[in-house]
Ligand binder design. Structure first.
Ligand SMILES: Cc1ncc(COP(=O)(O)O)c(C=O)c1O
Length: 383
């Protein structure tokens, strides 16, 4: 049997071979393998230099200062650090209110639920039917005691994009901090933290053809913005995140980020053409609805609902392609996706939705084969 066609790039991407090669040079004896915090020998200095060079390079892809980059294990940890890390600031300033949305990734939603258990109030904004939270909604949700607004830039199920620049500027005018989960936008949209004006930004390696288990949190250097560490130990990362730095992961993430940036314009155009090609296949099938907005969305993600069919059944029958349901990421859950429900879809249609996501190695042939496969399987199931 042929391997299924991989159309699940929003869940994770394969590591680019050039990135794997850079990582390989930071593992074994004879290469740069030592603990970057070892100050007493040349091996430690070499590792430290590799980490600090990567920090400066990653910062430059965001137009940030290298001292504003905190290495983490991924976007989940970055989101946790950004929000939980503000707990003592919130208590000290008497600001115990958080604004977020109902369609955030669980890394933000569960973290906000934890903050609620600590006595904070959380406002969950509802998106419009495009899956977008508007700056006006944010402006009216901010209260005198709001500590932070945390909104993702690109939604991981729909691909919808919010106007982060305007949202961050509203926050700034109101003296409120802003955080964004940029796991799905980093490397796919031009990101300049100075122009955007966000205070914190989470990113992840494995969404951009880098390794899993590595990410970063951008934390704006400004008076008084210090996050409470969530992992205690040797006081690494300016006291915000302890633990021996994984040099090979860090150089991998940075190499992947540089590659994404260099290829962004061409890649976005190419993936947009693939998405359109796939949509033309789907348009020939009756009872197909595009859940992703036609505008204000990235082309890499296409969420689709199929009338009269259960998403899980369809997913299993579509064994020629590797995709995800639009359902909750918890596979044990029978609940339909909170994101699709959040944009007002019925339980039935939300259950009958699948996410197709395209990437660096997707070809026209993949798209044509996948389109034919979906049409065949749907036809069979509907009979
Ligand atoms: C928007 C968003 N945030 C956070 C995450 C979690 O990222 P990581 O796997 O790096 O912890 C993901 C990935 O599933 C995501 O899509």
């Amino acid at each position: 049997m042929n391997s299924p066609i991989f159309l699940d790039y929003a869940a994770s991407t394969p590591t680019d071979p050039s990135v794997a090669e850079v990582m390989q040079q930071h593992l074994c004896l004879g290469d740069v393998f030592a603990n970057p915090a070892s100050r007493g020998h040349v091996y430690g200095w070499q590792a430290d230099e590799a980490v600090e060079t990567a920090r400066a390079e990653l910062a430059s892809t965001l137009n940030a200062d290298p001292r504003e980059i905190v290495w983490t294990s991924g976007a989940t940890e970055s989101d946790n650090l950004a929000i939980k890390g503000l707990l003592s600031r919130g208590l000290r300033l008497g600001r115990k209110h958080i604004v977020t949305s109902a369609i955030e990734h669980k890394a933000v939603l569960d973290t906000c639920a934890w903050m609620e258990a600590q006595g904070f109030a959380v406002t969950y904004l509802m998106p419009n039917e495009m899956g977008v939270i508007t700056p006006e909604q944010v402006a009216s949700a901010i209260r005198g005691d709001t500590l932070v607004v945390s909104l993702m830039q690109v939604n991981n199920e729909l691909g919808s994009i919010c106007d982060l620049g305007r949202i961050a500027s509203i926050c700034r005018e109101q003296g409120v901090l802003s955080h964004t989960d940029a796991a799905q936008s980093f490397g796919k949209l031009p990101l300049d933290v100075q122009a955007l004006g966000v205070d914190m930004l989470s990113l992840s390696g494995h969404k951009i053809y880098g390794p899993k288990g590595i990410g970063a949190l951008y934390v704006r250097r400004q008076d008084g913005l210090a996050l409470d560490a969530q992992i205690h130990g040797g006081g690494h990362e300016m006291g915000m995140r302890s633990g021996t730095l994984p040099t090979h992961q860090i150089v991998g993430l940075t190499a992947a980020a540089k590659l994404m940036q260099a290829q962004m314009t061409d890649e976005t155009r190419r993936i947009g053409m693939l998405r359109d090609r796939f949509v033309s296949h789907l348009q020939q099938i009756p009872g197909v609805h595009l859940n992703s907005p036609p505008r204000q969305s990235i082309p890499h993600i296409l969420n689709v609902a199929f009338d009269g069919i259960d998403g899980e059944t369809l997913l299993l029958a579509l064994n020629g392609i590797a995709i995800s349901t639009g359902s909750a990421c918890n596979s044990a859950s029978v609940e339909p996706s909170h994101v699709l429900r959040g944009i007002g879809m019925s339980r039935e249609l939300a259950h009958a939705s699948l996410r197709f996501s395209f990437g660096r190695y997707t070809t026209d042939t993949d798209i044509d084969s996948a389109g034919t496969h979906v049409a065949d399987v749907l036809g069979r199931l509907r009979q």
